[in-house]
Design a protein around this ligand. Sequence first.
Ligand SMILES: Nc1nc2c(ncn2[C@@H]2O[C@H](COP(=O)(O)OP(=O)(O)OP(=O)(O)O)[C@@H](O)[C@H]2O)c(=O)[nH]1
Ligand SMILES: [Mg+2]
Length: 513
Amino acid sequence: MVTYHFPNDPFAILLAPPLDETPEQRKAREAEEDAARKVSLRIDEELKAEKAAAKKKKNGVKVLVLGQSESGKSTTIKNFQLAYTYQAWLDERASWRTVIYLNLIRSVNHILEILTLEMTNQDSLSHQPTSAHSPVCLRHSEESETDTSDGETFVARPPFAFTGKHKLLKLSLAPLRSVQKDLEVWIGAGASKPQDLSTWYDYTDAAPFAEVERLAPRTSNPRRPNEFFIRSNCGWKETLNKLRSGLSTSPDHLQQPKKGKQDSVVEILAGCSPNIKSLWTDEVVQAVLKRRNIRLEESSGFFLDDVSRIAARNYEPSDDDVLRARLRTVGVQEYSFKIEKGSEIGRDWYMFDVGGVRTSRAAWFPFFEDCNAIIFLAPISCFDETLEEDHRINRVKDSILLWEAICSSRLLSKVQFILFLNKCDLLAAKLTRGTSKIQDYFPNFASEQIDVKSVAAYFRDAFKSILKNSTSSPPRQLFAHMTSVTNTKTTAATLDAVRDTIVHNTLVSAHFI
Ligand SMILES: Nc1nc2c(ncn2[C@@H]2O[C@H](COP(=O)(O)OP(=O)(O)OP(=O)(O)O)[C@@H](O)[C@H]2O)c(=O)[nH]1
Ligand SMILES: [Mg+2]
């Protein structure tokens, strides 16, 4: 029997093995203690690694990419990936295939819905005795077709020449509706539409984070709820990882796609490909879309022109496809890059991509704390459009309100601002068409010349004067760029300039220069 001596140590007495411990019990105890020691060592190692990562991050450059939904934030980050971490980009590229399928199928289903509506309306009008031999009468607004209430202006429009071909196309492409539903479940939150706020009695706030900042105590750090936001499993990086591993991104395990489901999507799409092409190139369908002022080719996630290539069984997404693919960001997604060129070679960059819909913006605030620069995207082609989440609000006006709040944030008073006046390619197309007049939406626009340059200059001045009037001291310089971030060539040059600006200003504020 072993005798133990505990000179007045109550803990040692408490933890001591029983005095009558048998050799077997001792062996089991020692094995248990050994396992516990290993766990403790592993935890120590993890804590050390976390501390090292936090220290490294402290020395890195932190950039927040902000702007309303569909302003091009994720696309800008994709450009950074392309330019600075091409291997990671390549690893991820194939996973975008499912998202591109969904983008394509959504466009097809959108056309089918409109076609069905138009055919039904025309059918019911043609059965009315007065219109049997006369042109179909439509209300002047492009959307309503059958309302004959008093006081409306009506214009006579020739009926569309629908034939049996359109009925057949509708029938043969009908399975795509359930494929879309499957893909949406499969992809998860990023595939869903944002919550519709337009039926709310009150307008929602453009910058709900301003209220969070106002309420935050000035002395305390607005601590980041790290685990929830950064490791949020609904960010698109996680979505892509799951798509790559063939798992459902839906939290509901009952919704897991059956094995081979992706193969069946590929098969259905390949089978539908000729009919999709026939639908998209059909003259009557094009006329329907035109009359309704729908320009699918300018909306996000447009792939109808590439249907034969994308619906091929061996389809692999190209860089350009990935850049044009649309997946809504939900939560906040962190990206890290190492600068591979110039004097700052080896420096770590951390970029944060956020969800831009109004209801997501309160979640931005915790990331304001220690950021060095903000890239703010304002899509200026949207001067005549409204927010998807609230059709009462003009998109450029929303961007301006958002910018005002960011400029007056106390926490951001020392942060470098870089403005991307984005979607200049779409602005050019819109101005050339001449269907919308900028003065109808921004009556102060006074330039005689109406082109991309003058419109961009008008908005740049508006953003600049807001920054100038904000309270920061010393006044900050605004670096504004006209961009079309789906164009990788022109964007690469902009990103180099942005990188140099951010690095320079970060060093200046750290008193290194
Ligand atoms: N033509 C054109 N399309 C663009 C441009 N910038 C972005 N897009 C497209 O617009 C869509 C939306 O872009 P995203 O980068 O996903 O927008 P986001 O700001 O991240 O949107 P949220 O994640 O909802 O906040 C994508 O399909 C892009 O390909 C541009 O400059 N020109
Ligand atoms: Mg995004």
